[in-house]
Design a protein around this ligand. Sequence first.
Ligand code: URA
Length: 278
Amino acid sequence: MEQRTDIKSLLEWYIEAGVTESCGSEAGLVTVQPESKPAPSAVPSATKGGAVQNDEILYQRVPVASRQAISNLAQATPEACKNARELCDKALSLEQLREIVENFEGCALKFNAKNTVFGAGNDKARVMIIGEAPGADEDRIGKPFVGRSGHLLEKMLNAIGLNREEVYITNVLPWRPPGNRTPTDGEVAVCLPFLKKQIELIKPQIILLLGGSAANALLDNNEPISKLRGRWLEYTSIDKSKIAALASFHPAFLLRNSAQKGKAWVDFLRVLKKLKEN
Ligand code: URA
């Protein structure tokens, strides 16, 4: 009976702390949203033995120190942003940047992710494609756009005569948000320097922004993708150079709304036209 009470209070604490999902098979892997509260000073004693099965949901034990660390990290956004920017300033190549991102500990998403999903493709690409964040397949494999959305993206690229080795594909976030939830503003702000640095190093002629998160993050606005898509916009790189940017629907959205594929096709044709002009 006492054990049941302790388990209940642990679960209540997880919910209160903003835990949205558990993952992995080892104790210590939980997901905490950035707004989460600091951990209480003590863990209910009967939960110290390990994971607890509750219907289909597996809630796992996290040591107090880890919970406090994740919680602190999630709240340290301004400092983490500054840290990310300063680290990016030091990167002279994509490889150096990849290492920086892989070692970065200022984004709480990293602690639940299986892999850091850095950009992939041609480092001299004329076209850079930016999505939102890795999904389950990308998290497992460690490469961007390798799941269902990636297959659709590949087909669309092929249809305008491009393949994924010719372009560079990346995401706003290098770590999967649990349950594929929309990234928070804080997560985007912390990870944006990594994306901007990739753009500065690759110097693409065209940036194709897939979905509202990528378009809003890079163009620094809040307009819905339905309004932003389909017209040429401009992105100012860190080195002040101007890059043509086009927003379009995210492939995951197209998989759910096939009636919108025609509009995305028009957008891809715009990219092809621009490539031919330059
Ligand atoms: N969706 C994205 O935005 N990026 C990926 O890499 C995969 C799915």
